[in-house]
Design a binder for this molecule. Sequence first.
Ligand code: MN
Ligand code: MN
Length: 303
Amino acid sequence: MMEKEIEKYIKAGKITANVLEFARTLILSGINDVCELCEEIESKIFKLGGMPAFPCNICINEIAAHFSPYPSDRIKLPKEGIVKIDVGVRIDGFITDAAISIPLSKNYKKIVKCSKKALENAIKCVKPGIKTGKLGEIIEKTAKDENFKPIKNLSGHLIREYNLHAGKSIPNIRTLFSQKIEEGEIYAIEPFLTFPNAMGSVTSINKARIFSLAKLKKPRNREGEEIYREIYRRFRTLPFSPRWLLDLGPLESVLEKIRVLIKEKIVHAYPVLVEESGGYVAQFEHTVLVTKRGGVILTKKAS
Ligand code: MN
Ligand code: MN
């Protein structure tokens, strides 16, 4: 990778770390309106000189991933459970992706700590040549040693320019299928843990809050033309929230046009993912650059 590209990743990573720290302070200060939190977090990304690479995800309890609220959802943080904040920042097309979990009550401190440890243990073993399945094994072992269960159908991912999920994945369990990690690659590693009596897998529900362009093709239906153009101009093929298109009209009319594009398979909807048996989920995530000397965490706060 070119020096200039690495610099952009480093910058994006620093912003990501700062924004997550900011998110933690907001939550600890008592702000509990989830949409307000999302918007504050996203505007902090801009203030620090980055762009969101995807909508800020705030997932509560059994909701594991892909939730970013609309103002009309009117969701508040509960008094019990776990909240996960997952943030992506990009400088041009260079993306970093990281997440933290915050226990909302004391029963969830241990699982939160353990997911952080699973992430740290996996990162310690990152080096060129290591197999993705080995990292999954380390995550699984860290979870099971403390009697937690990793979510088997969620995984970390290779990141490339303008591409958040660039092919290879890092599982959260030991897998037979495994791929080699190579020097110069960038991975998001993200253990998701739940409780031992839960299924340990996620399923999609019939609700989506995050979308992306799946196909670069002018819609047949004229209704969809303007919004298609704007989505491409603003987000390319990266995930977006309809909240980011409210200058084009009220939410309902924006969603109506997005539905037209979904029908034509031009836009992809990401369904919200929940733990299949309702188990509460904790997650930590870092973006890591693979170097000769090992994994360098891009999304760590400078100390
Ligand atoms: Mn993430
Ligand atoms: Mn990720």
